[in-house]
Ligand binder design. Structure first.
Ligand code: TXA
Ligand code: MG
Length: 346
């Protein structure tokens, strides 16, 4: 049965709708809801059977743990065994917000939620609908991005329905999510805080707050690295069309993109292009073009990223050529998602 959809205005979430959604979660059901990053597929984090339904709905490997969402930091006591000082500092600066912290898990958190790990990933989303829902449910909410495993994350309720319509009980639709890329995942159980996934809180901000921060080599093949950062092992954010990432000096970008498009055309392929505002005017006409945003405007590029991948993918193209953007601030998360979508291993 296709999921029911309820519109919810973020500025003033309707209490009746929130109560109905919370009742579904308490009864062991699945509710897709907006956060500031992407839509999440939520279940009661403490209900192993409900969380197992998330894995089944997404086709998610069982060893890939799920982020536990809290309404505020006071809920940490129910899911972690300790909150180190550096976590307190980060929480004061970054919550609510797109920062997920990996901490030692309380045994009360079911193993299925943690993917069998002794740690749990937690965050407080900066979205009034998400917070109202968690508060009304009265329990921590486990929620991965509400897409089929391996597909681009959903930034609209329509994306959720395209992937998971039959598997979710209710979708709360608050329009496009403001940030557009997922939260930064930071492991605080290691000696040096380690970024496992770039996201909404830039590395620069974490370094400013913590001093020393390392970055996990997510695309490596080392078994130990993969165990610590399970979600980074799989090909992600991948459109059905081939994605070709064009990198290189920005002065030559326009020429390089045009050359790649020409090469693909000569093979008889249908081509889409995701180009910055600077490059878009010189893309050969005939290609389906999406403008990512100005090269220095990573916030706009991030907000449009996944929707553009999905749009071009449903346009029946064989290949999507996408331009690299500067790898600083939010641009790090954008480049990480583009590399994964293009299947680059390095
Ligand atoms: O912005 C977001 O983080 C969104 C919204 C819905 O909150 N959620 C999201 O969840 O992106 P998901 O499941 O798509 O990605 C969670 C990432 C995965 O890479 C997973 O492996 C990692 O966090 N993760 C979760 N628990 C972990 C743990 N205990 N240790 C290490 N990594 C963990
Ligand atoms: Mg995901």
């Amino acid at each position: 049965m296709p999921a029911r959809v309820q519109k919810v205005v973020p500025a003033a979430p309707d209490e009746g709708v929130i109560q109905e959604a919370a009742a579904i979660l308490v009864a062991g059901g699945l509710v897709a809801f907006p956060t500031e990053t992407v839509y999440g597929l939520g279940a009661n984090a403490m209900d192993a059977v409900a969380v197992a339904r998330i894995f089944a709905a997404k086709g998610r490997p069982a060893d890939n743990p799920i982020i536990v969402h809290l309404a505020d930091a006071s809920m940490l006591a129910g899911v972690v065994t300790s909150v180190p000082e550096r976590a307190r500092v980060l929480i004061a600066r970054c919550w609510p917000g797109p920062l997920t912290l990996v901490l030692p898990a309380s045994p009360a958190v079911p193993k299925v939620t943690r993917g069998g790990l002794p740690t749990v990933a937690v965050r407080v989303p900066a979205h009034r609908v998400a917070i109202a829902l968690i508060r009304a449910a009265g329990c921590p909410i486990a929620a991965p991005s509400a897409n089929l495993s391996g597909r681009p994350s959903p930034t609209t309720a329509q994306h959720v329905l395209a992937d998971l319509s039959d598997a979710v009980d209710l979708v709360l639709d608050s329009g496009p999510t403001p940030l557009g890329v997922e939260s930064t995942v930071l492991d605080l159980t290691r000696r040096v805080p380690t970024v496992l996934r770039h996201g909404g809180v830039p590395l620069e901000t974490l370094k400013e707050i913590l001093g020393r921060v390392s970055v996990a080599r997510t695309r490596g093949t080392g078994a130990a690295a993969l165990r610590r950062s399970p979600g980074t092992r799989y090909r992600h954010y991948a459109p059905r069309a081939d994605m070709i990432l064009v990198d290189g000096p920005y002065e030559r970008m326009a020429a390089e993109v045009a050359a790649v498009v020409g090469r693909l055309w000569s093979q008889g392929l249908r081509v889409g292009v995701m180009a910055t505002a600077e490059t878009a005017p010189t893309v050969p006409s005939g290609a389906v073009v999406r403008i990512m945003g100005r090269r220095d405007d990573a916030a706009t590029i991030a907000a449009r990223l996944f929707a553009q991948m999905r749009e071009l993918d449903s346009a029946g193209l064989d290949a999507i050529v996408v331009e690299a953007v500067p790898e600083r601030g939010l641009g790090r998360a954008v480049m990480d998602r583009l590399r994964r979508a293009a299947g680059v291993r390095k």
